[in-house]
Design a protein around this ligand. Structure first.
Ligand SMILES: Cc1cc2nc3c(=O)[nH]c(=O)nc-3n(C[C@H](O)[C@H](O)[C@H](O)COP(=O)(O)OP(=O)(O)OC[C@H]3O[C@@H](n4cnc5c(N)ncnc54)[C@H](O)[C@@H]3O)c2cc1C
Length: 325
């Protein structure tokens, strides 16, 4: 069966993240083109209705491993390897994100499979999937096919759009998985967001206003919050301001923080250090306001404004509010 298996990540309330829903939507479209089904793996105690609702994004079956904890890669590799082996899935597709990369890499090693990472598009040709992956700092694209099955495809974060399929409920099948010895050597102690901005998932936001040291101090983060609120988005931050205690770690973007890919990333007083860039460079549009015309962020933003953010950002907030009425 030329099926495609997707891992669906959820929070503690059983709400699936957009990145996973996008991967299911993409898998359903591709499965239709290669003549197979799209299915999802869910771990943990997610109720029947929430699992079945993944049918609304195109999953025909949801394999649920209730006793396996969410959030750790190795046990989920065990689950996905079993489902792929038992049911003969041809591909596993991940929406990206740190956990997706970790599980995808583990699954690749376990199954001796081929893998393509940082995929931005997948196409069907002659009943097989071809993954497109940008290389050379996104200046060229390579097409990657698979000479054997299964093939593992790991997308860039939010590379695949969420598209309700209009389909009915997915069939929910409970499975028992015997975990490998090494999969139980680490255990989740706690899981959750921390601090004031807790509960906000910046990885799912379409509009992000990133605040850096150029904001001046903790209280000035209000400038970023007001702009984010006018846009209908969230605030994010650099490590410099997180380390300074201006805002919780859960908002940090970059090498040691989160990877984001919003439709718009608006950087206020952020220099654009490489460690920050790696976490936000896949944003669809990057706008930077910085008073230093030589700031590195101007080398990779789409629109750069040289000036004082304290003068420009409040006016921008007012203009957006006025435009929205
Ligand atoms: C191992 C390692 C891991 C790291 N991981 C991360 C990470 O995950 N994420 C991350 O962000 N960083 C990370 N860093 C830190 C990173 O190297 C930078 O130090 C950090 O990103 C800088 O943050 P910033 O842009 O807020 O501050 P700065 O580099 O100090 O930049 C502030 C900018 O604000 C501008 N500015 C000042 N005043 C104004 C004004 N009034 N109006 C407009 N512009 C103004 C300045 O011109 C300047 O460009 C890491 C570093 C290391 C060594």
């Amino acid at each position: 069966m030329a099926g495609i298996l997707v891992y669906a990540l959820h929070d503690d309330a059983g709400v699936f993240n957009n990145n996973s829903l996008g991967a299911i939507s993409e898998a359903a479209k591709l499965a239709g083109e290669i003549g197979g089904e799209a299915a999802a793996v869910v771990v943990g105690e997610v109720d029947d209705a929430a699992c079945a609702a993944l049918g609304g994004y195109g999953a025909s079956t949801v394999y649920r491993a209730k006793s396996v904890p969410e959030g750790l890669a190795q046990p989920i590799v065990d689950v996905m390897a079993k489902v792929i082996t038992d049911h003969g899935f041809s591909y596993a597709l991940f929406g990206g994100g740190l956990l997706g990369f970790e599980i995808g890499a583990g699954l690749t090693a376990r199954l001796g499979a081929g893998v393509t990472m940082e995929v931005t598009k997948v196409k069907a040709e002659d009943g097989k999937l071809i993954a497109e992956r940008p290389v050379l700092q996104d200046s060229a694209i390579v097409d990657v096919g698979y000479v054997s099955e299964p093939g593992i495809i790991i997308g860039r974060l939010n590379a695949f759009d969420v598209k309700p399929s209009g389909g009915g409920d997915a069939a929910v099948e409970d499975i028992e998985v015997e975990l490998s010895a090494w999969s139980t050597k680490a255990r989740m102690v706690t899981r959750g967001e921390s601090g004031d901005e807790g509960g906000v998932n910046i990885e799912d936001a379409d509009f992000l206003v990133g605040g850096g040291r150029g904001l001046g101090d903790k209280d000035n983060f209000a400038v970023a919050r007001e702009l984010a609120s006018a846009l209908g988005g969230e605030v994010a931050a650099t490590r410099a301001v997180v380390d300074a205690g201006w805002i919780p770690y859960s908002t940090q973007i970059g090498q040691t923080g989160k990877t984001v890919a919003p439709k718009l990333y608006l950087a206020l007083g952020i220099s654009g250090a490489i460690q920050h860039k790696v976490g936000m460079q896949n944003s669809e549009n990057i706008v930077a306001i910085n008073k230093d015309q030589n700031a590195p962020i101007f080398e990779f933003c789409d629109l750069g404004v040289v000036g004082d953010l304290h003068k420009i950002a409040p006016k921008l907030t007012e203009a957006i509010k006025a435009k929205k009425g």
